[in-house]
Design a binder for this molecule. Structure first.
Ligand code: ADP
Ligand code: MG
Length: 336
């Protein structure tokens, strides 16, 4: 009898202790925000957790990856590859290059990581310039992803005069790596945004993340808000558009996404927003679909599993949009 009588309150005490532990640990979960830089573009991070990440370490991690993926950086193997035609790539760069080649094949070369000769001619790093026709033809002859060879030992080779520019995929790849890094520090709910490329993991304290999609023509306005997030899952949303980097000459807009088949900025679309399971895939596919144009680009996105797209075009001065079936923002809610 005695034992039974004593065990009941003890059990209750244990339960109460467990409950209070859960309550105190829940109440300590906070939302931490950080504004940094990914090279020269704004980087915003939100994490949900019990303690604040060491942002200095996060900044160093990002800077190290930026340097690795930037062909202009003398420390990057891409700098060496473009200079000598051969370089050994560390695993994260190798994996990104492999994905870039896969998307180049999938898009029939609309996305091409060997776009370097053309991006150098257009020189958007310094605001952009209109190259002569001969210069474009010459550069075009030095763009062809089939000439970029990756061997299984991590060595990349390129013929003379060819070069790699991972600008259409690197931002997404770095954001994914930063996601891995945050997870290795114990964070399972976060949002990372780098110049419009967004990766979310899980939910923001049980609610979905609210993400604004920039209006392609009205600066500082959103054309819509998307709710994104699923417990324990990564989701990325990336937009490629003709409004990020461009110059105008004689009334023509020249922007930084180049069609390798013409050597000129891709025409036809204003923006493409892609949702995918990784930021790298969303980044490369949005650039690829933008170059392919509405018909082919839409078909490619529709055929790709786990990927949704929103396409905006301009005809006769007015904007219109189309989206794949499960894009999480109905067309009637779009403010164009
Ligand atoms: P942003 O960098 O503005 O987010 P994108 O992801 O679409 O836009 O990438 C544009 C960059 O991709 C260019 O600055 C250039 O470095 C590179 N690029 C341009 N055209 C192509 C192409 N056809 N295929 C692959 N990369 C490209
Ligand atoms: Mg891209």
């Amino acid at each position: 009898m005695k034992t039974v009588k004593r065990s009941i309150p003890l059990f209750a005490v244990l339960l109460l202790t467990a409950a209070s532990l859960i309550i105190t640990s829940c109440s300590r979960i906070r939302v931490y925000k950080h504004a940094g830089l990914l090279k020269d573009i704004p980087l915003n991070i939100i994490v949900v957790g019990q303690r604040e990440p060491e942002w200095d370490r996060v900044n160093s991690f990002v800077n190290e990856k930026v340097s690795l993926f930037d062909h202009r950086d003398e420390k990057s193997p891409l700098f060496e590859l473009n200079r000598t035609g051969r370089a050994k790539l560390p695993p994260e760069l190798y994996a990104t290059m492999k994905e870039a080649l896969a998307i180049a094949r999938k898009s029939g070369g609309a996305f091409d990581p060997t776009i370097y000769a053309l991006t150098r001619a257009w020189d958007f790093d310094h605001g952009g310039r209109l190259p002569g026709k001969g210069e474009i033809e010459k550069a075009k002859a030095h763009v062809d992803y089939k000439r970029l060879i990756l061997d299984t030992g991590g060595i990349a080779t390129l013929p003379e005069g060819f070069g790699v520019d991972l600008g259409g995929i690197a931002k997404g790849a770095i954001v994914d790596l930063l996601g891995d890094y945050l997870e290795s520090m114990g964070y399972d709910e976060y949002l990372i945004e780098a110049g419009g490329d967004i990766l979310v993991k899980g939910l923001k304290k049980e609610a979905r993340w609210k993400i604004g999609i920039k209006h392609p023509r009205k600066l500082n306005e959103f054309m819509g808000i998307v709710s994104l997030g699923e417990s324990n899952k990564r989701l990325a949303i990336v937009t490629s558009g003709d409004y990020e980097q461009y110059f105008e000459k004689d009334g023509v807009r020249y922007h930084h996404i180049i069609d390798p088949s013409t050597g000129y900025p891709a025409r036809g679309l204003v923006s493409v927003t892609v949702i995918a399971g990784s930021c790298m895939e969303a980044d490369a596919l949005s650039t690829a679909a933008f170059v392919m144009g509405y018909e082919k680009g839409f078909e490619m996105i529709q055929k790709t599993d786990g990927v949704e797209g929103l396409f905006v075009m301009e005809r006769g001065g007015s904007l219109s949009a189309e989206e794949t079936e499960s894009f999480p923002l109905p067309l009637y809610e779009l403010k164009l």
